[in-house]
Design a protein around this ligand. Sequence first.
Ligand code: ATP
Length: 267
Amino acid sequence: MSEQFVLETRNLVKEFKGFVAVDDVNLKIHQGHIHALIGPNGAGKTTVFNLLTKFLSPTRGQILYQGEDITSLKSAAIARKGIVRSFQISAVFPHMTALENIRVALQTAEGTSFSFWKSGNSLHKLNQRCMELLDSVGLTEFANTTTVELAYGRKRALELATTLAMEPTMLLLDEPTQGMGSEDVDQVVELVRKAAEGRTVLMVEHNLSVVSKLCDRITVLAQGAVLTEGDYQTVSADPRVREVYMGSADSGERGGSSPAPQAEAAQ
Ligand SMILES: Nc1ncnc2c1ncn2[C@@H]1O[C@H](COP(=O)(O)OP(=O)(O)OP(=O)(O)O)[C@@H](O)[C@H]1O
């Protein structure tokens, strides 16, 4: 039954001029899970994300959110439903302070009219919420720092806070640790863990050590189709998964991103 899944795709297909980028994908995401979508380059992960957020329309198939068919909704309506994507596209203004960026995000999330700003009480509430959001990503002391001066990892944290301003019930994270050094990666793992409290997360992530630490369930895509699904132990022990990674340019390239032996999973 679909009710037990917060997000479900049924026979989802995306073709680009006859090329099948997403091939009959049935995803079932449990409420409250951190679910990873992994697979070698070109497997179709980004296309699936684009279909879920309606940056692209599916050629065939259905997308259900909390049991409701949302296949025909536009991206703004999807966001209003609480499905919000972060990280891939930088959503912060470099010459604003961290606090100002959060304020803009909150204002956008509220669809705030001008009159909202005129009320002193509303302004106070807005600032309070800004500080809560900054605090939730460990940026309280950087509230008045111009974004361009923030270290890379902190910029990503700020991006996440602007996403959380949308009050997502389902957070889609596109490669949250991309381009990061190991200290930043550890911070992002903690950040995602915290952001996932009380919500569902679907993430594309190449760093399988991150996946092993964070994710309840993993779907492996290869050539647009679901190869296998399960917890990290199961998926990393699957010889077919190793095979698709070994046959791709991905193997071992991105900070230990090839499917690790089970020993690594235990760490
Ligand atoms: N707009 C498009 N037009 C034509 N082909 C596309 C388009 N977008 C994606 N593709 C193709 O669809 C396939 C899946 O691409 P996608 O970007 O979804 O893979 P991915 O798993 O996210 O890869 P990566 O890990 O490299 O980001 C690729 O072969 C890609 O070239």
